[in-house]
Design a protein around this ligand. Structure first.
Ligand code: AMP
Length: 271
């Protein structure tokens, strides 16, 4: 099993004993193939890799969602162990809430522009919780590079913005979204879909990819399909969406140009 540490101090003293570059992959655990892509890439590009597993309470909007979030530490470690090579270059940081929030969440990171729209509009406070924990984790990890999925595109954009504006000495590396065969973006929350919902869920990606329809038309189509869409919007040269299916909230995004290029159509990209 990968070497696991649980306090910032224990990681720091271990970090001092290893040399070379460090890749860092922050996660909330319940690892799937999308997470493992990030870890593999980090192993390819660095001498050592640290994966953090921490279900961050401050970025959840509902206590019920936080409580329902699957905690599968043993399985996660087994999946990471399978990626280990002979040199054992992979480490796990699995802190508790008290280690990360010694101040009780009195100090926060606020981005007051791009965090207000899309996810931020529907999940008030989510990005402040996310940025705060990511800054703490980046400071603890002290890595050369940190890996984030495009699946959470607005998160990636905000983390990059924070790293630039606060002069963080780390390279933020974006990684493509890993999808199921039918196109559904992999997510820890997909397991909560019923069999019927799971089948329908693939339509989110299919509708998003239909550039013959406007964002507003895609919203309407998703409603007819049985989703409760919160937004479908083109921004940052991406087309992004969030929609509820039963009790599960799904998000996805794709490059805004892809469909237009494929079909040779002119397509307005709103930035
Ligand atoms: P999470 O555990 O959901 O906080 O995700 C940890 C990291 O994995 C984040 O950078 C996510 O964007 C990334 N991630 C989650 N799902 C996927 C996916 N399907 N493909 C690629 N990266 C992903």
């Amino acid at each position: 099993m990968p070497h696991t540490v649980s306090t910032p101090q224990s990681w720091r003293s271990l970090h001092k004993r290893i040399s070379g570059t460090l890749g860092f992959v922050p996660t909330m655990g319940n690892l799937h193939a999308g997470h493992l892509d990030l870890v593999r890439r980090a192993l390819d590009e660095n001498d050592h890799v640290l994966v953090s597993i921490f279900v961050n309470p401050t970025q959840f909007n509902q206590q019920s969602d936080f409580d329902a979030y699957a905690r599968t530490f043993e399985e996660d470690c087994a999946k990471l162990d399978a990626l280990q090579d002979a040199e054992k270059r992979l480490y796990v940081f699995a802190p508790q809430e008290k280690h990360i929030y010694p101040d009780g969440y009195a100090v926060k990171v606020l981005e007051a522009e791009d965090s207000e729209v899309l996810e931020g509009k529907f999940r008030p406070g989510h990005f402040t919780g996310m940025l705060t924990v990511v800054l703490k984790l980046l400071n603890i990890a002290d890595a050369t590079r940190a890996y984030f999925g495009e699946k959470d595109f607005q998160q990636l954009l905000l983390v990059r913005k924070m790293a630039e504006s606060l002069f963080l000495p780390v390279e933020i590396v974006p990684c493509p979204t890993r999808r199921e065969e039918d196109g559904l973006a992999m997510s820890s929350r997909n397991a909560r879909l019923s069999a019927e919902e799971r089948e329908k869920a693939a339509l989110l990606y299919a509708r998003l990819s239909d550039f013959s329809r406007s964002d507003a038309q895609v919203m309407k189509t998703l409603e007819k399909d049985g989703f409760k869409p919160e937004y479908v919007e083109t921004r940052w040269r991406r087309r992004l969406a969030a929609a509820w299916l039963g009790n599960v909230r799904l998000i996805d995004n794709i490059p805004a140009e892809s469909g237009a290029q494929k079909e040779g159509k002119k397509h307005a990209v709103v930035s």
